[in-house]
Write a protein of this length. Sequence first.
Length: 213
Amino acid sequence: MAATATRPAAQRRTESLARPGGNVTGLSNVGPELQGKLLELLKEIAPRVSRVAVLWNPASPVESLGFPETLAGAAVAGVEIQSVEVRTPDDHPAAFATVTASRADALMAFGNPVNFKNRQLIADFALKSRLPSIYQERLFVAAGGLLSYAPSFTDLFRRAATYVDKILKGGKPADLPVEQPIKFELVINLKTAKALGLTIPQTVLLRADEVIQ
């Protein structure tokens, strides 16, 4: 059983979400509209943003699936995506130079191990470059990023307990549907917003689960 798996059906860990068909079931930590929602929130806070640089790792089988979702979300949000590939932590300085040269006016960093390791470096670059930045992990915002929107891992682990209960009572993983996240958390760094000259709309603040002052 997996408490949090990323796109298990697409990675062939399960036959489908509705019927896993094997020994793996649990909860997915990726909602189908997560990337689009991040971009939507960005436009609410910074309406003038039109070009978003995305730091991602094309060598990751998960992100090769997630990047097209970002492109689809961008089309709906009305922004252009600039792909900036980052395969190792040592690639970040060159990636930052690419972002600067392309004149992107916002930054998105996928929540992968490569970006996570350099989260402080990424947040510092975005702030120094006056780029609103969005993430899939709260800790990027704690490091100085502008906002994150992601599934609540507390809720996912709580719900995972129900799978344990069902399996201990004789349930078969093959027959237990993989569930997707239903609770998401919005975290905003108000100090960063002020440094960027952005005023967070009250409608967004009221939806925030955490505001970092």
